[in-house]
Design a protein around this ligand. Sequence first.
Ligand code: ADP
Length: 474
Amino acid sequence: MKSKNYILIFGIISIVILISVQIFIIKSIWIEKEIMFDMKYKSLSREAVDQLRSIKKTDGFDTAFFIMDKYAEGVMTNDISKIKSEAELKVKKEEVFGDITKIMNQEQDLSIYLSAYFKKFRVDNNFSFQIVINSLYLVDFDKKFEIYLNEDLFNISKHDPPVEGSQAPPKPPDMNDQKVTSRILVQRFTREDNYFNISFDYFIDFTNKRNMVLRDMAASLGMSIFSIIVVLIIFMITYHNLMEEKRLSNLKTDFINNMTHELKTPLSTITVAGKTLEMAQIRADDSKILETARMIGKQSVHLNQLINLILEISMWERTQFQLDKKNIDIGELLNDIVESFRTGCGNCAKITQKYELDGIKADIDMVYFTTMINNLLTNAVKYSDKDPEISIEGLKDRDKIYIKVSDNGIGIDRAEQKHVFDKFYRVSSGNIHKTKGLGLGLYYVKRIAESHGGDVTVTSKPGKGSIFTVILPY
Ligand code: ADP
């Protein structure tokens, strides 16, 4: 029991380690693939921007800058002069920042160009873009006046404008924003015009990047999952086999103990009987000699039967069943078996019979068939804690015969039911120690039923009784 637990714990720990290692490897591959993905699109998009600049002499924002300049001129020459308070200025700044952001997004051509470029290279062009303004200020060089629109955002003082050419510090990335981590920076742009000065970043973001990376690593992911499943299956099979071996070895030990006990009883009776016959007063009484001789005879027969059963079963292991089949009326045969069982056990049980077999004949080996039914009847009597009541029913359908042996005995627990047909198996609770047996009777029944092309099943309720059904083809 202890070693069983150690094996299980050791196995589970090894599997957990294996799965953790696999997860670590997959994670590393995932990160690497993501980096490669980003690098691929970064270099492609930069190529696209360079090409756009060299061929079309633009970086895709000319229209946007033109409109922005006009807009900024309007603001600087008309709107600003009308502003009277800091509060009004703040509202105006927000409005202008919003308008400019809108112009930048709507009037740029870079995205269309990138999409066409990606398509040309047969890579995914299903991306969204994002423009993040780093610094933006409107200027009026004539009036030497300038306002920083996003000063609060970047904490750039109104009185401390950035020196020309320098760039404002980039916006710190918000780690909670998924987009920040998945987007790819194409390029940082700066532009100074008559009425504005801007620095901004252009990002692209692939909506199905996760799927694309996943597709890219499908092979390694598949291999990893496959190897985990294989290891799990191997572990389960090994563990199951080990437990089965252990169970069989326990069964064998029990069997040897039971067999020793079974053989010892008739042997010791014979020994005692032998000693009795040596006594002078017994030898003087003919009837006592006869009684002792009969006892020796009876025990020898029992001993012989036991040894034959063991020899027969060990022979089954090596050779196939040799059936001597004859076409026999099953109803009639059942009736004969039951009657001889009744007299043989000295009316030990109340047995009722009901056959709806219409004189059906089936090809069976009479000797094995009789042993099979006898075993079921013997068990029905053996495993009973009250006056045994047994019912034998014979039913048929289109091509099968059903022989049901029901009793009012101690019944069999649900968990035990699937084992009772195993070789050497005996239920390990209840009155097992009171009843003698080798755990071979039902194994014998099953083997005989199967060798006739049939089967045997059990339904049972502890305390209520059991029903064994032998199914045979006809
Ligand atoms: P044995 O009777 O020699 O122990 P069997 O193979 O005939 O071996 O039966 C296996 C086990 O199934 C028995 O130990 C017993 O616990 C259980 N069993 C068999 N028949 C019955 C029955 N009719 N009612 C209750 N338990 C039964």
